[in-house]
Design a protein around this ligand. Structure first.
Ligand SMILES: [Zn+2]
Length: 165
């Protein structure tokens, strides 16, 4: 495994559309391992897309610290979205920035694993947020494009809700 360098906002590659993965080989496995290692370094991130290390392929890895552990998504398709939730997001490619983004409360996604096998997953809460955030990277969208401006009262309310949970 090896650490890869994170591409940061301003680099035009982050705005490009990633291409589907066709070969499920040892090169892909190494890429997935490297992505995870890069994400876990210093507990920096809960998700990383291949484009963030300069690879324009439809791949991302997430680990939000729940019972699912590390999840790998290749050629994913989010085919159901339900509800809405606001969360203060950040991104490895946008250091020092964060902002509230509205995402679905619950999603269904299908994707391939590192062996090319299709799987189906229902996700909610933070996992749904994280998957949607990474999914956006595959089409050149960053969370900073979607930040909603909130009043101080709305932010205080959201923070109070989060403390209750
Ligand atoms: Zn990101």
């Amino acid at each position: 495994m090896a650490l890869r360098e994170i591409v940061v906002d301003g680099d035009p590659i982050l705005r490009k559309i990633s291409r589907p993965v066709e070969k499920f080989d040892s090169k892909l496995a190494t890429l997935l391992d490297d992505m995870a290692e890069t994400m876990y370094l210093d507990n920096r991130g809960i998700g990383i897309a291949a484009v963030q290390i300069g690879i324009l392929r439809r791949i991302f890895v997430v680990d939000v610290g729940d019972e699912h552990g590390k999840l790998e998504f290749i050629n994913p398709e989010i085919y159901e979205r339900e509800g809405a939730q606001l969360y203060l997001e950040g991104c490895l490619s946008c250091p020092g920035k964060n902002g509230y983004v509205e995402r679905p409360e619950r999603i269904r996604v299908r994707a391939q694993d590192r062996n090319g096998e299709w799987f189906d997953l229902e996700a909610e809460g933070l996992l749904a947020i994280c998957i949607c955030h990474e999914y956006d990277h595959l089409d050149g969208t960053l969370f900073i494009d979607k930040v909603v401006e909130l009043t101080e009262e709305q932010i205080a309310e959201l923070e109070a809700e989060e403390e209750e949970e």
